[in-house]
Design a protein around this ligand. Structure first.
Ligand SMILES: [Zn+2]
Length: 444
């Protein structure tokens, strides 16, 4: 086994589950192991306390005039339950079929350590790095990074950099290097519709008063037209149209054809906003989704009840340049205006996150593309992601810089699930990627 894999195995053996206080000492021990490793490489490294799990900050000696690159990662992991579905222990890493199996193998320890070991290799080979480097590793990503923003604000000067790189996203297919340059944001709300003061007999009162479940159904139905277009007034006002090069590129990206979407989802057919492919719909178009709907009798058989109350939980995935607060206000106005007579409506506003986009053809984007090409010996594809990574926007807000998303995760990596895994190949490519990336960023 290579020294690199030995290091990864040591890193994976820590049960650094951030959500469960039972593992707090393991999270800390994992952070301390990183400090040892980083100091052993000749970097200055410090463990910074937060109200919960510590943050690891490391630097090489910074030289005036060089570019400063911040690499972010997280050393905490998700819980392992259900344990019985794991083929081998989640914290007893093992290699089978060319993959490393353990909790955190992909998310995020394997990807994160590849960067660290790339730096170690460059230092060993060249004696120094071509850039001023900052490693920022947190132990709370899987629980919402609550202490990261205050940390960024408190250490703003120390963390000043030109660009940020993160490997915590996906590759579209094995062997296809993938540069992410956009993320969707989100706005959430819950609609509660109230009618009579208590549940009523549908025979005695049905027909005399409005049914809250019917009202919720009508509200939900009012969100889209028959072609999947959202009907909230002004909803699309700030949507940045897709560029021609994006549509051309995405049509050629492997792993995201209409058939791929059908296979992955197992849906009888695909459906979405008319005029767009499934990749375009998920990466660059906003959506309105019902995440939950309820009210009335849910048990076995039937019950002739007219429910007093019904609800729907909604989220809106939003894209540049929509604003989550503006969107949720528009949605609230829409729901209140469309609420049928005879009931009362309450719209509870929930969490949100800004959408994100950076230019993949900026000098940093081009440097990242060259590095990906060198690491994988294949042309990278440029994609946006349908999900949200709120810290990316936090970095832009607090530090004023853009983030390159250099994901190494495969679709079947089983992140957050039993039998998480990471191909040895991707781990090795990640080490090469880090070396090439720092070189390319230094020269751009
Ligand atoms: Zn995760």
């Amino acid at each position: 086994m290579t020294n690199e894999l030995k290091d990864l195995f040591s890193f994976l053996r820590f049960a650094s589950v951030s959500t469960d206080s039972k593992y707090a000492a393991d999270v800390r021990a994992c952070g301390e192991w990183l400090i040892q490793k980083l100091q052993g490489m000749g970097l200055t490294a410090e463990l910074h306390e937060t109200p919960r799990h510590p943050i690891v900050l490391a630097k090489n000696e910074h030289v005036e005039g060089r570019k400063t690159v911040l690499i972010y990662g997280h050393y905490d992991v998700q819980p392992v339950d259900p344990l019985s579905l794991w083929k081998t222990g989640p914290f007893e890493p093992e290699i089978r079929d060319g993959r490393i199996w353990a909790r955190g193998a992909t998310d995020n320890k394997g990807q994160m350590l590849a960067h660290l070991l790339g730096v170690e290799k460059t230092l060993r080979e060249e004696g120094e790095l071509p850039v001023n480097l900052i490693f920022l590793f947190e132990g709370e990503e899987e629980i919402g990074s609550a202490n990261l923003k205050p940390f960024l604000e408190a250490h703003k000067d120390e963390l000043k950099c030109d660009v940020i790189a993160i490997s915590d996203t996906g590759m579209v297919a094995p062997g296809v290097p993938t540069l992410g340059y956009g993320l969707r944001g989100i706005s959430a709300c819950e609609v509660i519709v109230r009618g009579p003061k208590g549940d009523l007999h549908s025979g005695l009162f049905g027909g005399a008063v409005a049914n809250p479940a019917t009202a919720v159904a009508r509200l939900v139905a009012s969100l889209h037209d028959d072609n999947g277009r959202i009907q909230v007034e002004g909803f699309y006002d700030d949507v940045r149209p897709l560029e021609d090069w994006e549509r051309e590129m995405w049509a050629k990206v492997p792993g995201v054809s209409e058939q791929d979407f059908l296979d992955v989802t197992g849906s009888p057919s695909l459906f979405g906003e008319e005029g767009y492919s499934s990749a375009e719909r998920t990466w660059a178009r906003p959506t309105a989704e019902v995440n939950g709907i309820g009210g009335g009798y849910q048990g076995e058989g039937s019950k002739t009840v007219l429910p007093a109350e019904a609800f729907a939980k909604l989220t809106f995935r939003i894209v540049p340049d929509q604003d989550p607060v503006d969107i949720i206000q528009k949605v609230k106005r829409h729901l209140e205006a469309k609420c049928p007579p005879g009931v009362e409506i309450e719209v509870k506003i929930g969490h949100d996150a800004q959408p994100y986009a950076t230019d993949p053809h900026s000098k940093f984007g081009l440097a990242a593309q060259t590095a990906l090409k060198k690491a994988f010996n294949a042309d990278p594809v440029l994609i946006r992601e349908g999900g949200s990574i709120p810290i990316v926007q936090t970095f832009r807000d607090v530090l004023g810089v853009d983030t390159l998303l250099l994901g190494l995760a495969l679709a079947d990596a089983q992140i957050h699930a039993p039998n998480e895994n990471f191909p040895v190949e991707n781990f090795e490519a990640g080490i090469r990627l880090n070396q090439a990336l720092l070189k390319e960023l230094a020269a751009c």
